[in-house]
Write a new protein. Structure first.
Length: 151
């Protein structure tokens, strides 16, 4: 059973976008332990400690989840609904990081409990800068409740 805390779970099927995200976060020393999964089902398996991740501690939740919407197997909205349907994950920030500019995706993401919705910039420099700002805010500035604290 892994005891190492996950800083960020990246749910992204595009290997180039995933690599750029990981590189930018590490380059700015924003995250040490980054886990990347490439489809919606794998994301749920990781979060709920099922399938190939059954030896993982399900109470060891990421500090933030970067979630693409257009994913194989289960799309990002299905993953988000399942995450927000679990009481243990209500306070885990979920940032939608997608190429979709569709108003329906934006609205549904927020209705399902997304904390933020970011459209991926096309240019490399802009994408890297967006990831840096995202990491600074969600990992360093944003405060979450202490685990096991009484409401």
């Amino acid at each position: 059973m892994s005891c190492q805390s996950t800083d960020i779970l990246i749910v992204e099927d595009n290997p180039n976008d995933a690599l750029l995200t990981i590189r930018s976060l590490k380059e700015h020393n924003l995250a040490n332990n980054i886990v990347h999964v490439s489809d919606g089902q794998e994301a749920l398996d990781y979060l709920f400690a099922e399938g190939t991740y059954s030896d993982r501690d399900p109470l060891n939740l990421p500090k933030a989840i970067l979630l693409d919407l257009k994913l194989p197997k289960l799309d990002g909205l299905q993953v988000l609904a399942r995450i927000r349907g679990d009481a243990r994950m209500k306070c885990v920030p979920v940032v939608i990081l997608t190429s979709s500019q569709e108003e329906a995706d934006l609205s549904k993401s927020y209705r399902l409990g997304a904390n933020s919705y970011i459209v991926k910039p096309v240019e490399f420099e802009n994408f890297a800068a967006a990831i840096k700002q995202l990491g600074l805010y969600w990992l360093l500035l944003n405060k979450l409740p202490v685990k096991n604290a009484k409401p």
